[in-house]
Design a binder for this molecule. Structure first.
Ligand SMILES: [Zn+2]
Ligand SMILES: [Zn+2]
Length: 347
């Protein structure tokens, strides 16, 4: 079977790899029906995430159909449509029992290389072996198509976790820096907590248009200052919550300067290196800063929002390629050709 595999010299290739087999009684074998390209796949290609060695099979966003299950898998059977989080987790270690499966001591990121992946193969291929299948898979309702379900595990769950960590309260004002997939996931998620207004900042018109579709008041950072605009809109005080969804030191500083005293900045962007932080100043303002990976525990609830029709993520899928054309898909995604947002790969 074909797979997108990292090569020496910061590039990907399509390679033939063997079909995986069940290794443990808690495993499921899933036939991938749709996988997505993530910004972090491109970071990995350029060596910005440690542990990605040549030979890594890429991809951590996928949905599929169960083909085979081990004897101890209780919740799933062959033929079930399933979605997965970007990570696996055991369900019994201390972090898992604390309700933080993203910190599981036995889990890893699909296709996450030697450090974060712990040998887990990625999903930009035909079949994937899912350990701890009862934990790590959720069912996809009949009325939710792959094109939405594929976003539940990462785009939506990461955005939702970012909104949750911002402690958005009913009637709050929120600003989201970055209207890429995770930023849009954060905008959609912010509304679930009942804010009065959500501002969204970006420089690309196609992304701002999607942010408006999802109810945000948009700010084009090419022509206006987001900090000034949100301060004007809040009588100079600043918004209650800012979410940084780019991974840019400049956007992080703007997020800090956008919030009121005692407000929150929640970081979901991936930063490629350390940044300078004005602790000597911010300490006086009591701004709460939080960060972290998405917590996949919310996936079933988020899938429920899709099933109910209250949230529709399908507008994020701007391009779909066959697995045979995956390298073309990456070129389009990385070089932002064709105003793409999320690019899907179908084996
Ligand atoms: Zn991702
Ligand atoms: Zn665990």
């Amino acid at each position: 079977m074909k797979a997108v595999v990292l090569q020496a010299g910061n590039k990907f290739a399509l390679e033939d790899i063997p079909k995986p087999k069940l290794k443990s009684t808690g495993d499921a074998l899933v036939k991938v029906t749709t996988a997505a390209i993530c910004g972090s796949d491109v970071h990995a290609k350029h060596g910005l995430i440690p542990g990605y060695t040549p030979g890594t099979v890429m991809g951590h966003e996928f949905v599929g159909v169960v083909e085979e299950t081990g004897d101890d898998v209780l919740e799933f059977k062959p033929g079930d449509r399933v979605a997965a989080a970007p990570i696996t987790w055991c369900g019994v270690c201390r972090p898992c029992k604390r309700g933080e499966p993203q910190h599981c001591t036995r889990g890893g990121v699909w296709g996450g290389g030697e450090i974060f992946g712990r040998g887990l193969r990625g999903a930009q291929t035909d079949y994937i072996r899912v350990p701890f299948a009862d934990n790590c898979l959720i069912s996809i309702p009949d009325n939710v198509e792959d094109v939405q379900a594929v976003f539940v595990g990462d785009v939506f769950a990461t955005g939702y976790s970012g909104a949750q960590r911002g402690y958005i309260q009913t009637g709050d004002t929120v600003v989201v820096y970055g209207c890429g997939p995770i930023g849009l996931g954060a905008i959609i998620s912010a509304w679930q907590f009942g804010p009065r207004q959500v501002f969204a900042v970006d420089m690309l018109e196609n992304r701002l248009a999607l942010a408006r579709l999802y109810g945000a008041t948009t700010i084009d950072a090419k022509s206006e200052s987001a900090v000034e605009k949100v301060r004007q809109a809040t009588e100079g005080e600043g918004v209650d919550v800012a979410i940084e969804a780019i991974g840019s030191p400049d956007a992080f500083m703007q997020a800090l300067r956008s919030v009121r005293r005692g407000g929150s900045v929640s970081v979901v962007g991936l930063f490629p290196g350390p940044i300078e932080f004005p602790l000597h100043e911010m300490g006086f303002y009591g701004v709460r800063i939080s960060m972290g990976l998405g917590n996949p525990s919310c996936m079933s609830q988020l899938m429920g929002l899709l099933e109910s029709g209250r949230v529709d993520l399908s507008a994020m899928a701007t391009h779909i390629f066959h697995l045979d054309d995956a390298l073309e898909a990456y070129d389009l995604f990385e070089n932002q050709k064709g105003k793409c947002l999320k690019v899907l790969i179908k084996p």
